[in-house]
Every structure is written in C-alpha cells, then in structure tokens.
Design a binder for this molecule. Structure first.
Ligand code: FO1
Length: 319
C-alpha cells in the first residue's frame, strides 16, 4: 500500500515511528515534510521539521526534546557566544551543525533541497521517502505586537525565544505563494492509496504544507481517502503551543474545530482521543467520518495502534 503523510516536527515524527511499526514490508511511506520552520543562521540552512523526521526515524534524535541530536555537545555554540555572535536562544549542537554544514554545502553547489534531503537520508535510512514540501524557500513568520510595537518575527523566534507568550496576530508563510511543490510531491499524492495528516500542528506544519500552491488542491482531488489525527486532546495541544497559532487563524483549540477547519472537502476521516468522544457527532455532521480512540503517543506500540486505527478508518471511508 502507498501511504502519503504530510508531517511537521515532533508530533509528526513520533506518529511516523508508530506508522512504520504498524505497516508491512510491502507498504511504502512517503512523507511530505514542512519546511516553513526553516531558518538561516551563520550562513547555514537549518530545516527543523525535516531533521526531526530524519533523526527520529533514523535513530539519532534527542528523545526527550524531540529535536536535535542525541549525545550532543555544544562547543561551537559556546565559541559563538564568546564571539558575541547570536542568536543564543536557538540551540544548535555540534553534531547537528554537521547536518547543516553538509546541507548548506550541497545547496551552495547547486543541489536542490530535495536532492540534499535524499542525500542526508542515505546516512539516516529513515525507512520512508522524505520529500520537502517545496525546493523553494518558504519561512513562516508571525505578526506580534509588544513593547517594541507591531512587527513580524521568524517562527523560530516566536516559538523558541518568545515561547509563544505573546498573541500571534497572523501567521505568514513567507514565500509560499510563489513556491512550487517539490518534485514527486503531487505525483505521490495522486498515486497514494491512503493520505494521512499526523497529529502535527494544523496551522504552522500541515497548514504551511497545504499553503504551497497545488498541494491542497491535489489532496482534495486525490482518489485516496484522507484521514487526520487530532493534535488537540481535551481542548489542549498535547505538546507545543498549537493553541496559540490556532487562535491566530480563528480556530478554537478543540478536536472538532481542527477537523472542521480542514473541512470535508479535504479530509474524509478524523480520529479524536477517547476524551473527546463528544466531538464525534459534530465532526460526523460535517460529513467527516470520525472515531474516538486513544491518541496519546506514549510509546511506539501505542502509536502503532493509532496508525492502525487511522488506516482502518481510511478503509471504511473508502468503501
Ligand atoms: N526548540 C527549542 O525549544 N529550543 C531550541 O533551542 C531549539 C533548537 C533547535 C535546533 C535545531 C532544530 O532542528 C530544532 C530546534 N528546536 C528548538 C525545535 C524547533 O523549534 C521545532 O522543532 C520546530 O521548529 C517546531 O516543530
């Protein structure tokens, strides 16, 4: 079976680990990764969501953080601090720097982000085909108002330095409107047997992927059933601060509101956590098949169960 998953960072990567455990050798998984979180630092291109998927599925992730490398050291970061070169608030470890050096060297040599990602995955062997959503530069910025007035800050500054402590007035995926889907993205969507929206951030991860012209349309037109898993459990995001960015786009932080925001023209099925049983009727009334199952990704087997439930719902809506 050909499975396509639109994935963001930590939640998406953890779900994919369970999905891999739930499928068999005859199944192929293509991941369309969000690149809106990308940031350029020290002349290097950092791709947090692609790296989190690659490291998590390749066995190199710092498990508790969900980002960056295991067994990290911070000598470069300490030396940069001595030179007074920031930003201090974004923690790049020595091992992680190697990824950004290889990526940036290849980009400078003229390779596309898709080619670079494929090359990095030769080392990490994530067990999925990892495609960036686009080879064109897209960077999410957030409009905020604080004592310095109203301005746009890079998503990473909003997320990591500001801890999303100030309201996001708007989320702007800069460059998305002129970006093109990366090679293979539209074909993978069209040829998929199942399309999944893991419990990634629906605004800055999956929403950004869908903002690349052609991708939303391709998913809506795809013959495959599209099934999503709610990143919100009991009215709160499981991890991260999804509620902050949901507010920016006027979407309530509830399992049903996220489903309705995607809409029945985009998704055919939606999994909510058992705690959100009451959401099932609302989602079904919107023409989206809905089931309540445990959605807390406590370990790989629990996550595999979620993945099996999503694939089962896909079969039910296909019928
Ligand atoms: N998240 C943090 O909360 N603090 C950090 O210092 C940080 C550094 C970092 C470096 C590389 C990388 O790939 C990810 C990093 N992240 C950090 C996580 C990142 O902000 C998120 O993974 C995504 O952008 C949101 O999903």
């Amino acid at each position: 079976m050909r499975i396509v998953a639109l994935a963001g960072g930590i939640g998406g990567a953890r779900f994919l680990r369970g999905l891999l455990a739930a499928v068999g050798p005859q199944d192929e998984i293509t991941v369309i990764g969000n690149t809106g979180d990308d940031i350029h630092l020290y002349g290097l291109k950092v791709c947090p969501d692609l790296d989190t998927v690659m490291y998590t599925l390749g066995g190199g992730i710092h498990e508790e953080q969900g980002w960056g490398r295991a067994d990290e050291t911070w000598s470069i970061k300490a030396e940069m601090k001595e030179y007074g070169v920031g930003p201090e608030w974004f923690g790049l470890g020595d091992r992680d720097f190697a990824t950004h050096l290889v990526r940036s060297q290849m980009l400078t040599a003229g390779y596309s982000l898709s080619q670079v990602t494929e090359a990095l995955c030769v080392r990490w062997k994530p067990g999925v085909r990892l495609l960036p959503m686009s080879d064109d530069r897209v960077e999410t910025h957030v409009r905020i108002t604080d004592e310095q007035g109203t301005r746009a800050v890079h998503f990473q500054e909003y997320w990591v330095r500001l801890h999303a402590a100030v309201d996001a007035e708007a989320i702007i995926p800069v460059g998305a409107d002129t970006a093109k889907p990366a090679p293979g993205v539209l074909e993978a969507i069209a040829e998929a047997d199942v399309i999944l929206f893991p419990p990634s951030n629906p605004v800055v991860s999956i929403g950004t992927i869908l903002a690349v012209p052609g991708i939303r349309e391709a998913v809506a037109a795809a013959p495959a059933p599209v099934v999503g898993l709610s990143p919100i459990i009991g009215g709160a995001p499981v991890r991260g601060m999804a509620d902050k960015v949901l507010a920016a786009v006027g979407v309530e932080a509830t399992a049903e509101a996220v489903a309705l925001n995607y809409g029945s023209e985009l998704i055919d099925g939606w999994l909510v956590d058992s705690a959100d049983e009451a959401a099932v009727a609302v989602v079904e009334a919107a023409g989206i098949a809905c089931r309540a199952v445990p959605l807390l990704m406590t370990d790989v087997e629990t996550t595999a169960e979620m993945a099996r439930a999503a694939l089962a719902l896909a079969e039910q809506v296909r019928a």
